[in-house]
Design a protein around this ligand. Structure first.
Ligand SMILES: *Cc1c(COP(=O)(O)O)cnc(C)c1O
Length: 875
């Protein structure tokens, strides 16, 4: 019989057990092993059956067992201790509160992301972007950073993956009932659920309620459009993560950005939480948040340009992808319709909105609205997610700052990190605790003091090797269980599956490869030369075994074909004990997989992996990385603790097939000649000494770097604090002043010119240490010297006379204007390096409220004729 209505009946806990409910609703349990142990002891069997989810556990425990626990003095003591510990954690001072200039730090930061991966029990993520957002919130909580997370609650989350008999990906969309998730509904004082509402074209509206997930100290607000007041179409807006067509995506992003700001306002009003001074958008999807804030300011009598300045000052934009297909672009018309006069943000002219998303650079599509471009225009501060990705992003977006070298494009980088308490296996944590104590191990993992990590040096080889064996063995067990479930699902009967007991060997070198399956990640590179792979897997003395997992986007048939290719290879009875594909890669699997592997393999097409984080999680468990020098590995790789797969980007990059051949062959060589021998070679004590040394170096050298705590501190120091200062300086009169000044400068700029440059010595050779004096005449049109900086830029030049590592020195105004309105500037030019050297002069706008002199994308340089003149550019 099918029920006509469905409820969730919540358990009634005996009074003495009430703290359990608070512990279950604060997601800190997801990174706090002690709290999880407590829940496990409530009912070990049901704990396992509820997939380690405390809310589900409490819904399933029998009243008899609860009554028993309510009388169990030992349990009650542990419960009280855990509740106390959580209270201390949530209310005590942490890193942020102990900063000397803490009053200068933002009172609150709103962090927007389309997905959050916090725990498998709250499946609201698809991959790296979401997990990163989850790790960001958790690390912020550990550090006491006053973040408010903002996202959407998807009724089906992302999809669950199984395989058909012949290895084709199948997608399933289980319904998630928010009442069964670790969430509570945000309510008004009178108890009615709070709502936000967006106007849609055609006199329709999109309403959403707000769920609250408590992530340690950090509240996470999740908007849910599945409310009865909505029409069926609007109810479905938050149905799936990254599903649906263009309009569906646009509505999701409008709800996230615009509705998200409204949800934050509601939350602050109801709870008294400080209002955010900084808004951080994790990728462009939430970019409409800037428009909503401009709209808010229109009620404070700021016109669009002034409001834009006010909003930019407090906005941080993080870009996550160098793959153009990874950027959201909408049809201009579609955007125009949703921001038209009968839709949202009626006080902003739609033309102004459209301009923000215009691809105004060569090759840009005039009919598309680009969310990343808008993100860059709405935020005064922007960053990529590794050094290399920062570099690639500056190149990629340099068209928005014409006249500037890519190096000067105002996009910095903060390299991603991972939340160690979430990703370090309990066994690894315990080894650390044995060595230096539990508290210091926790500190090492959250704040990242590198001297704490040095203690790894003292751990005996034997202990490290035993730990690695334990972790590998646990993985083997896990893999067999998952493989068994998968084969049953694929239609196999018990009698056919005896071979699974022999899958993987706890003493064989184990390689992991798990990630989403966009083509640039090259899931099947390892299959390039199947004979060589067979030799590696079946090597008589030094075999390797490989565990593979990953989901392809439901619309990506190419990705599904790659999965099928891999599955078919792994199904082959000759190798199926040495290579497996596990369906449904997610956080629960990942937490077992990373620790159990000896090698974490990553072979993306360089430089398309913006950062990558799975290798960091593996490293924290003593797994060694074998990877293309892309993302974070390009930055931190050292031969002491891992291997770099040589790449054929650059010249060979034009021929993709050839490139794959070269890189796959390099991968096989490394595995065969370096990795496997090192793993199997035993020293005098019977241990693989050199391997263990690499594990040790991985932990001591990478441990403190790869932490999300390190990442969040960098965000605070390099982006949030400056953004908060800029926000505070930008009161309404400053915002108006800056907007007026910018428009005046833009209008005047065509008449800003470098007219004449002369040096004291017009020689073509010069000696190191010589100082020459520069005299420059410039035209400023309607501007005055206060509006500009005239700079001498000098440095090494390449064969095309381009200055490669220039330093800029401001010149001083020395009189003027002359009769033609020209100003004289002077200054010294010191020849401070040998070899080919050159200089040039340029004029930039300058204002105390700018974050970078490239901000306006305006620069005046000498004309061609002037460059040709002798003495201007020396070689
Ligand atoms: C860490 C993680 C990712 C991201 O890994 P990348 O190295 O960035 O590809 C994806 N999915 C899960 C489940 C993860 O834990």
């Amino acid at each position: 019989m099918k029920a006509i209505r469905r409820f969730t009946v919540r358990p009634v806990l005996p009074e003495a057990l009430h703290p359990l409910s608070d512990l279950a609703r604060n997601l800190r349990w997801s990174w706090h092993a002690e709290t999880r142990d407590l829940f496990q002891s409530v009912d070990p069997e049901r704990w396992a059956a509820s997939e380690n989810d405390p809310v589900r556990l409490l819904g399933n425990v029998s009243p008899g067992r609860l009554a028993e626990l309510a009388e169990d003095r030992r349990f009650l003591r542990r419960l009280a201790a855990a509740a106390d510990d959580l209270k201390d954690y949530v209310t005590g001072d942490r890193w942020y509160q102990s900063q000397s200039q803490s009053s200068e730090l933002p009172a609150a930061i709103a962090y927007f992301s389309p997905e959050f991966g916090i725990t498998a029990a709250l499946p609201q993520y698809s991959g790296g972007l979401g997990i990163l957002a989850g790790d960001h919130l958790k690390a912020a909580s550990d550090l006491g950073v006053p973040l408010i997370g903002v996202g959407l609650l998807y009724r089906h989350g992302y999809f669950r993956q199984t395989l058909s008999r012949d290895g084709w990906q199948q997608e399933h969309y289980p319904v998630l009932d928010p009442n069964e998730l670790p969430l509570s509904l945000l309510r008004e004082q009178d108890g009615t659920p709070s709502q936000v509402s967006l106007a849609l074209p055609g006199e329709k509206s999109l309403r959403a309620r707000i769920w609250l997930a408590q992530v340690g100290r950090v509240p996470l607000l999740l908007l849910d459009s599945d409310v009865e007041e909505n029409d069926p179409g609007e109810r479905g807006v938050t149905d799936r993560l990254y599903g649906g067509g263009s309009e569906h995506r646009l509505l999701q992003e409008m709800l996230l950005g615009i509705g998200g700001v409204r949800a934050v306002r509601t939350y602050c009003r109801l709870t008294g939480h400080a209002r955010p001074e900084v808004f951080h958008t994790n990728e462009g999807h939430a970019g409409f948040l800037g428009l909503e804030r401009i709209h808010e300011l229109s009620y404070e009598d700021l016109d669009f340009d002034a409001a834009l300045e006010a909003v930019r000052a407090g906005t941080v934009f993080t870009t996550h992808t160098p793959v153009p297909a990874g950027i959201d672009r909408f049809d201009r018309e579609l955007v125009a319709r949703h921001f038209g006069p009968d839709a949202e943000l009626p006080r902003i002219e739609v033309e102004r909105i459209l301009q923000l998303g215009m691809e105004t650079y060569p090759g840009g599509e005039p009919n598309l609205f680009n969310m990343a471009v808008m993100g860059l225009r709405l935020g005064q501060r922007a960053n990529g997610v590794s050094l290399l990705h920062g570099h690639v992003s500056r190149e990629m977006f340099s068209g928005l700052w014409p006249g500037f070298d890519p190096d000067e494009v105002p996009i910095t980088s903060v390299t991603n990190g991972v939340h160690a308490p979430t990703w370090v296996a309990p066994e690894v944590f315990r080894l650390g605790a044995r060595q230096i104590g539990a508290q210091r191990t926790e500190d090492a993992m959250t704040v990242g003091a590198s001297d704490r990590w040095d203690a790894v040096a003292e751990i005996p080889d034997q202990d490290i090797w035993e730990l690695r064996r334990v972790l590998r063995e646990q993985l083997v067990t896990e893999v067999r269980e998952r493989l068994n479930a998968s084969w049953r699902q694929r239609g196999a009967g018990t009698a056919e599956l005896g071979w699974i007991d022999g899958v993987l060997d706890p003493d064989v070198l184990t390689i992991g490869f798990a990630r989403r399956v966009p083509s640039y990640k090259r899931l099947t590179l390892m299959l390039r030369d199947r004979d060589r792979l067979l030799d590696l897997l079946l090597h008589p003395e030094r075999p390797v075994q490989i565990v593979v997992a990953g989901k392809a986007h439901p619309a990506d048939d190419g990705g599904k074909r790659l999965i099928q290719e891999l599955v078919r290879f792994a199904d082959d009875p000759r190798v199926r004990h040495r290579i497996v594909f596990l369906p449904d890669y997610g956080m629960a699997m990942a937490q077992k997989l990373y620790p159990g592997c000896d090698i974490w393999l990553n072979n993306p097409l360089r430089p398309l992996e913006a950062c990558g984080t799975s290798g960091m999680k593996a490293a924290l468990n003593g797994c060694l990385n074998l990877s293309v020098l892309d993302g974070w590995w390009d930055e931190w790789f050292q031969p002491d603790f891992g291997w770099a797969i040589p790449t054929a980007d650059g010249t060979a990059a034009t021929d993709e097939d050839r490139r794959d051949d070269l890189e796959a062959s390099a991968l096989y060589d490394l595995l065969e000649q370096r990795v496997a021998p090192r793993f199997y070679d035993r020293g005098p004590g019977g241990l693989p000494d050199r391997w263990i040394e690499m594990v040790r170096q991985t932990l001591t050298l990478l441990g403190p770097k790869v932490l999300a705590g390190r990442m969040v501190r960098e965000y605070v120091e390099r982006l949030y604090a400056p953004a908060a200062r800029a926000h505070r300086s930008m009161d309404t009169s400053s915002a108006r002043e800056l907007a007026t000044w910018k428009s005046r400068v833009r209008a005047a700029w065509p008449r800003v010119t470098v007219d004449h440059v002369e040096t004291s010595a017009a020689t073509t050779t010069a000696e190191l240490g010589t100082t020459m004096s520069l005299r420059v005449r410039v035209g400023l049109g309607d501007l005055v010297p206060d509006d500009v900086e005239v700079q001498a830029v000098s440095g090494r030049v390449d064969s095309g006379d381009r200055i490669t590592d220039g330093t800029a020195v401001p010149l001083k105004p020395a009189g003027g204007p002359d009769q033609e309105g020209r100003w004289l500037y002077e200054g010294p030019l010191s020849l401070d390096r040998t070899g080919p050297f050159g200089y040039t002069v340029r004029i930039l706008p300058t204002h105390r409220l700018l974050a970078s002199s490239a901000e306006l994308g305006l620069v005046a340089v000498p004309s061609e004729e002037l460059v040709e003149a002798p003495g201007v550019l020396m070689r």
